[in-house]
Write a protein that binds this ligand. Sequence first.
Ligand SMILES: [Ca+2]
Ligand SMILES: [Ca+2]
Ligand SMILES: [Ca+2]
Ligand SMILES: [Ca+2]
Length: 374
Amino acid sequence: MSEATMSDERGTMNVGRLRLEVGGPKQLPHTSILRPQTSGRSAFSLQRLSGERGHSLVELMFGLGIALAAIAAGYTVASTSDKTSVVNDQTAQLQQNVRIAMNLVSSDIKTAGYGMTGAVGACGQAIVPADNQPAGPDSGPDSVSLVTPTPVGTLAAQATAPFSAITLGAGSVANYSSEGFGVGSVLSIGGATPATVNAVAGDSLTLAATVGLPVVYPAGTQIFWLRCVTYSIGTTSAACSGNAPCLLRNGSAVAEGIEDLQLAYACDGCVAAINGAVADGIIDDQNGTSTFDTADFVSNNAWGVAPMTPDKIRMVRITVIGRQPRQDPNWHGTSPTTVEDHDPTGDTGYTLATYQQFRRRILTRTVQARNLGL
Ligand SMILES: [Ca+2]
Ligand SMILES: [Ca+2]
Ligand SMILES: [Ca+2]
Ligand SMILES: [Ca+2]
């Protein structure tokens, strides 16, 4: 404090004196003190000049010091501000990535199935869980496969049962053929009637079976293509087409910076001791509390042994963990968080120091599967 005060005082004094020097004699007022008197004038000038010459270097150095200090302070503020700005941008991006991933997975789970009446591609059921390690604690992310509807077009003309062919709007088939739409594709007509494509000619589709129900679908009815999609986590830059990790949907990166996906399932009719494993519209009470709570979601199971099979799933608890793409050596984040049956400290290559240098966001959402058809 005392040093600062001294500096301030010296600065004020010196600044004043510097001004006197810079202003020069021609700016000085014609006061009686400075008014020239032949001999006195030269004495005054010599005295002033000699005095000023001695101080001006010190003053200059001091002034320079103040200027440098001011510049350094300004640089420090600007540099800190830049770093804060970068961190804020990355945090906002992280939030957005986690939300994108959650919205994709949760919306597909909500519509999983969509009136399917048999296997769709690799999906034997509307939801096919794939816990990382079904027999015990996980050492990585889960994946899940789902039957999802893609609207591919609308009926070009009314279809009145019985019918075994439909025609879509011009260009509909061409729009999706590159994605694999064609012979063998499973359809849902108007979200109500299932069908399978047997032959394709332009936008006319021959169906594998005749729709015999007494139904009429007017022109403009939406036709959905049911596909089995798989969500998983990519861990290499090749898989993610850029920075790893990422969320993959059928092998294509759909959200950056997603490190973990964990899923737990609540089911009805999946416990032999509860209502004889018959679904009764009430989520089975896994922990015997007589209330529906978080422990009624099953996180560690193969879902391959009756009665705990995928067709009994009614709700899904989804957790998405995102992290910033780059490590921040100055950041020492929270301790590793166990999500569902995945404790990251058990992962291959885990070290606490590295783990803590990533900023993370965890988002959990519970969704109801509404369209389970089987
Ligand atoms: Ca798991
Ligand atoms: Ca497990
Ligand atoms: Ca039940
Ligand atoms: Ca319970």
